[in-house]
Design a protein around this ligand. Structure first.
Ligand code: HEM
Length: 147
């Protein structure tokens, strides 16, 4: 289990307080699909994702971005039980959606970049290091039910 100091918890909470889920969620997921186009294959039932402009304006994708980021809030709320929090979602992504777990890291990086673009200089390297430690725990948890 990843352990967090009190200071690290404060940093993660401070970042999260500044995150507008409805804004960062869509932007981060759109960034994943544009930067790593093969990820579109998982969203076959979301309709047209065949160009950058289609990806950027797809309402279902934007909605799903909010769902994913809202789910990240559960990890912020309970940083000592991240693995448990995501056990069921990990199973779902493995057994039903068949997401290659390498993509969890790509999404995590896109979330970090999207947040960095918003927070600018307040997202300094110390903050980034702690935030990425937190997201690494989420990625590990999302991978935990793959065997
Ligand atoms: C940190 C990593 C991730 C988290 C926390 C997350 C979270 C979620 C959540 C909460 C759902 C809804 C589950 C439900 O309806 O019961 C979901 C569904 C889904 N996720 Fe993820 N996800 C992650 C990564 C990914 C990645 C990397 C992909 C693909 C590149 C992906 C593709 C999907 C798809 C296709 C669905 C089903 C969407 C639908 O049919 O409505 N997820 N995810």
């Amino acid at each position: 289990m990843v352990k967090f100091t009190e200071q690290e918890r404060d940093v993660v909470r401070a970042v999260w307080e500044k995150v507008d889920v409805d804004e960062i969620g869509p932007e981060a997921l759109i960034r994943v699909l544009i930067t790593y186009p093969w990820t579109e294959r998982y969203f076959g039932k979301f309709g047209d994702l065949f160009s950058i402009s289609a990806v950027s304006t797809n309402a279902k994708l934007a909605e799903h971005g909010k769902v994913v980021l809202r789910s990240l809030g559960r990890a912020v709320e309970d940083m000592d039980n991240i693995k448990k929090t995501y056990a069921e979602l990990s199973r779902l992504h493995c057994e039903k959606i068949h997401v290659d777990p390498d993509n969890f890291r790509l999404l995590a990086d896109c979330i970090t970049i999207t947040i960095a673009c918003k927070l600018k200089s307040t997202f300094n390297s110390n903050v980034q290091a702690t935030w990425q430690k937190f997201l690494t725990a989420v990625v590990e948890a999302m991978t935990s039910q793959y065997n």
